[in-house]
Design a protein around this ligand. Sequence first.
Ligand code: J2J
Length: 554
Amino acid sequence: MLAGCVPWPEEATARYRSKGIWQGITLPEMLERTIAEVPDKVAVIDGEMRLTYAQLGEAVDRLAYAFVRRGLRPLDRAVFQLGNGVDMVVAFLGLIKAGVIPVMALPAHRQSEIGHFLAHAEAVAYLIPDVVRGFDFRAMAEELAPNCASLRHVFVSGTPNAGQHDLRAMIAEPAPADIIRETLAARRPDAGEVALLLLSGGTTAIPKMIPRTHDDYVYNCTQCGKATGFRRDIVYLAVLPMAHNFTLASPGILAAFSVGGTVVVARSPTPEAVFPLIERHRVTMVCTAVPLVTSWLNSSVPAQHDLSSLEVLMNGGAKLVPELRRRVEERFGCRFMESFGTGEGLLCNTRYDDPEEVRFHSAGRPISPEDEIRIVDPYGNEVPDGVPGELLARGPYTIRGYYKAPETNANAFTADGFYRMGDVVKRIDGNLYVEGRMKDQVNRGGEKISCEEVEDHILAHPAVSGACVVAMPDPAYGEKACAFVILRPGHSLDFRGLVDFMAARKIAKFKLPERLEIVDSFPISPAGKILRRELRAVIAAKLAAETAAAPATA
Ligand code: J2J
């Protein structure tokens, strides 16, 4: 296994293999099974471009071979930052087929995050689009390259700069099919090997990397597909970033590929982009997140389209309130499903046939009978059903450790290998209900913000002597980040000044605080820790008072 990763213990490995939970196939082999069954079925639709399974398989193989010819070797790491589209799908599978491990960065990440990913993974390659919404990724790659000794190749979807490779031209390079086949067969990874590195939602100063093996990820997507009713005639609309576990494999595009379904790519999440696609391609399932559900429900666009094909709208990443779940079913004429999962592994979701009470209120239940769940009190003792406690998880697709992070692992996992999810949940009739969170994180409508990471950026400001970032309630996103700041004597700082300073540090925009509160001191516990809960209460009360005082709008 890739150095720096923690394997499952031998006993668990043997059990998962003997039960056939781990099938011993790689992600590309999962795709190849489908290609053999339905070669002419459409696998991906992206604008006017359509690829059948046979065409997808051929493009993946040709690109994988082109990566090999550029000198990429099995277990090399490649930071992967392509946005939704056919190129993303082909390049992701192409890397994996060549045995290269993609590090799944998000489109929003900037120099600060990408620089860390390149260094931590000692990446030899970086895959990017050319320009998206005015931001030039090629220039970012050029800026980062001198500080990353391992980086040898930049691959561009679109028009590359000098010295960078053109992904589409690579797919078109002439090469005999038998040579491609032989070359790739020689590089076939073991199914127990790491296939990709996901990024953790994060609670630490720098995001952690999550190693997912072929065995575990094939199971993750196929089992999640089963729990969510994937069939060959599924038409899955990919709206959220496909590099995130939810859209990639939970159930996501990989579950669609495992059953021979069709993936439709949405290039934008606006109602104007999404609903015509649902009508045109007879989409059956869309997976989305809190802020998008809110904006779609408030839009007049859905009513102008035929949504009769839509069977399921699934929300994940953050809890959707019961009232909106009900409105989704009423307005869009489909079933609502809630997905409560994590890139580290455990996936829960409500089921199609669950009663309303469960569909509208719960986070659902684990997708696999092999998932082991413990809900514990602060002393580690299991609590009875109905009583909230900390959620711990272990199983065939929940990791046993982060990549190259022994110190973090000592805290993030119990001695017997359970992952501490950091969520407070209760269990009733097997379903989980999310009650709160123990980890220092802001969940901005599904986008995770590590408080410590943002605090470090704020603390770099010369006027700041103390910083504490907490979640504040928000009607559309559920939560947004509020920064409490203590200033150095004689200094001043306003919201604009703080945000401009942080943006200049080149971090993902969604991490910027959306409110600044200057204070003289922080509430401190007897043990000397900042009482974040009190700060959350302060800002929540202040917002409530402001809302009450604001003139009512029509
Ligand atoms: C409350 N909190 C939720 C929900 C995630 C499917 C779905 C989500 C993710 C994901 C994912 C929640 N209600 N419905 O990877 O495949 C919060 C919890 C959890 C954390 C994990 C998938 N759904 N959460 O969001 O690794 O706090 O994965 O521990 O990004 O999101 O975040 P992440």
